[in-house]
Design a protein around this ligand. Structure first.
Ligand code: PLP
Length: 400
């Protein structure tokens, strides 16, 4: 018999470079504590506490009854493509052709496809700090170098000037996420356009992650890069998601909008990795976009109520500095006023919140912003009040 070589499993160099998602880690800890019967207040979750709207679930059930349980085209059914095109025309006056649209298994896959089809080893990719945890990991996986655009002195507001300062001959791509996870900042439409113009003027591409597209609070404006003129759109890939807008995180459905050549390349990658996104989820997503958007408005009104409350409540906590979130469903306070000998970093502070008061938040370091924590208000008002009460107790003890 052939001798079998026994040796420890060695992970590939690319994967060895990856860090575990800090947001997923926080979620897993909360789940484990809850399973052990602990009264946890989970303000770590990046997912809506609402159920998927009933009419969307019904559309999925009907699709199953009709037997829509087979492979579809890699980029999604014609019905879903039409629904996405119709939605962008109604909401943003954008004219898209079917060859500029593809469905993906979540916004995450759209970003992954976009990055790996554009980037070569040695390229640089700009990310605004604080960035969503997954961006640098995808960039590194593609063999490129993430380069951070500093925004802290501008209150985490990304500007065209900051982007212009960060560009160099190796820059190939900027990834922009407005409304932002984790900061809750929203780039105003005129500034957004200037940012894309700045990149386009230097031959740099832009991925616009519009995962929280509709979750903007007045006086901010809902804006999609799809409404930019065609010459700018040629430099852009929009990564869209149904996860947050329609409370559909588990359905794994999203989309990419880009020029036809870019879409073709992304279809090639997707065709050899996951193929089409789930056929049932596609039917549900088609209904979500075609039907009345009242369900989105209702969820947004509830987030707005919580956001109003949490902005005030956090700014009264000793040692916290917090600006009002402009979009998404996260507050991102600076907790450096609570740090001392035993609690040196925001990670220590988050750990203390968990150990002393069983509150889960996400440390800012994973987003490139040590000294901050992310608090999700995608939870009921009652749990939010309880969570903030507990955070306050820890902060008072630390700030003393
Ligand atoms: N982009 C941002 C900023 C996110 O926060 C998320 C999810 O948390 C995604 C993209 C991906 O969402 P999904 O893959 O569920 O569509």
């Amino acid at each position: 018999m052939t001798k079998i070589v026994r040796q420890p499993f060695e992970v590939s160099e690319r994967v060895a470079e990856m860090s575990v998602s800090s947001t997923l880690r926080a979620m897993q800890r909360a789940m484990a504590m809850r399973a052990a019967g602990v009264d946890v207040v989970d303000l770590g979750a990046g997912e809506p506490d609402f159920d998927t709207p009933a009419h969307v679930k019904l559309a999925a059930a009907e699709a199953m009854r009709r037997g829509e349980t087979k492979y579809t085209a890699t980029g999604g059914t014609r019905e879903l493509q039409r629904a996405i095109i119709g939605y962008y025309e109604r909401e943003f006056g954008a004219r898209l052709e079917p060859r500029e649209v593809m469905a993906t298994a979540g916004g995450k896959q759209a970003i992954f496809n976009a990055v790996v089809t554009l980037i070569n080893p040695g390229d640089e990719v700009l990310l605004a700090r604080p960035y969503w945890v997954t961006f640098p990991e995808i960039v590194k996986f593609a063999g490129a170098t993430p380069v951070v655009v500093e925004t802290e002195s501008d209150g985490f507001q990304l500007t065209a000037d900051a982007v212009a300062r960060a560009l160099n001959a190796r820059t190939r791509l900027l990834i922009i996420n407005s409304p932002s996870n984790p900061s809750g900042r929203v780039v105003p439409p005129a500034e957004f356009r200037r940012i894309v113009e700045t990149c386009a003027g230097r031959g740099v591409y832009v991925v616009s992650d519009e995962c929280y597209l509709q979750f903007v609070y007045p006086p901010g404006e809902v804006f999609s890069a799809a409404s930019l003129p065609p010459e700018l759109r040629a430099r852009l890939c929009i990564a869209g998601s149904f996860s947050k807008t329609y409370a559909m995180t588990g359905w794994r459905i999203g989309y990419a909008l880009a020029q036809p050549e870019w879409i073709e390349a992304m279809l090639l990658v997707q065709g050899h990795s996951t193929s089409n996104p789930n056929s049932i989820s596609q039917a549900a997503a088609t209904e979500a976009m075609n039907a009345s958007q009242d369900c989105v408005r209702e969820m947004l009104a509830e987030y707005a109520r919580r956001r109003e409350w949490i902005g005030g409540a956090l700014s009264e906590i000793p040692g916290f500095k917090c600006f009002a979130p402009e979009g998404a469903f996260y507050a991102f306070p600076d907790v450096r006023g609570c740090l001392y000998d035993d609690v040196k970093t925001s990670a220590d502070f988050a750990e203390k919140l968990l150990n002393d008061e069983q509150v889960v938040v996400t440390d800012g370091a994973g987003f490139g912003a040590d000294g901050y924590i992310r608090i999700s208000y995608a939870t009921s008002m009652e749990r939010l009040r309880e969570g903030v009460r507990r955070i306050r107790r820890v902060a008072e003890a630390c700030a003393r």
